[in-house]
Design a binder for this molecule. Structure first.
Ligand code: SAH
Length: 212
């Protein structure tokens, strides 16, 4: 995603109470951050955060952490949370490759991936958030009955992902090529990208994966 440089976003992030700094220091102690032992669900690559913020509003008994590498979009999620001040929502600005340094084994109950960058070149396949390399990282943080839920409009990335799940030793719980016209639409919370692509009439693909 191409981004303009939002003036002051780095400074906002450095001082904001809803952004966790030195995130690796909390590995194994996320319960203490939230002050309860509710399950922790994370979204990797949350962008402006509409999806995770909506979920946090709907589910006060689940703790949410939104992960995003770019300050310029993260700052939009922070602005919203500044108004809402939800106690069950925090953000981390980081590169997802290092996710296992931030969460200990079993500390995460669910991982959401929404409209992840496609990295279309073969030589960049390892950077895709649904590559087997990333599933190995998710394996290190997800509780035994935890799931990864991935939505995209990108058919090439989706087909790749459907192949990677079993290659990584995981199992596909379900696969939907047109989420908005399927039985799984009930309760679906749309992301910013999803609203845009759905408005253009593009089908939204979704898979749910668990450990094999
Ligand atoms: N989930 C949002 C945004 C999708 S765009 C939505 O559906 O509307 C993908 C987002 O993921 C971008 O904001 C990008 O910066 C972020 N991202 C991509 N790869 C990442 C990585 N390796 N680590 C952290 N964030 C990443």
């Amino acid at each position: 995603m191409r981004l303009r440089n939002v003036r002051g976003s780095r400074e906002t992030i450095a001082t904001n109470e809803f952004v966790i700094k030195n995130e690796t220091e909390y590995r194994g102690t996320w319960k203490d951050v939230f002050g309860n032992d509710h399950p922790v669900h994370i979204e990797i690559g949350m962008g402006k955060g509409q999806f995770i913020t909506t979920l946090a509003q709907q589910n006060p008994d689940i703790n949410y952490i939104g992960i995003e590498k770019y300050s310029s979009v993260l700052v939009r999620a922070i602005e919203k949370q500044e108004e809402l001040r939800l106690p069950n929502l925090y953000f981390i600005r980081m590169e997802a490759e290092y996710i296992a340094d931030v969460f200990a084994k079993g500390e995460v109950a669910r991982i959401y991936l929404n409209f992840s960058d496609p990295w279309p070149k073969d030589r960049h396949a390892k950077r895709r958030l649904t590559s087997k390399e990333f599933f190995t990282r998710y394996d290190q943080i997800l509780q035994s009955d935890g799931v990864v839920i991935f939505k995209t409009d990108n058919r090439e990335l989706f087909d790749f992902s459907v192949e990677q799940v079993p290659e990584a030793g995981w199992r596909l719980v379900n696969v939907t090529y047109d989420l908005h016209h399927s039985e799984y639409i009930e309760g679906n919370v749309m992301t910013e990208y999803e609203m845009k692509f759905a408005a253009e009439g593009k089908p939204i693909h979704r898979l749910v994966a668990e450990r094999g």
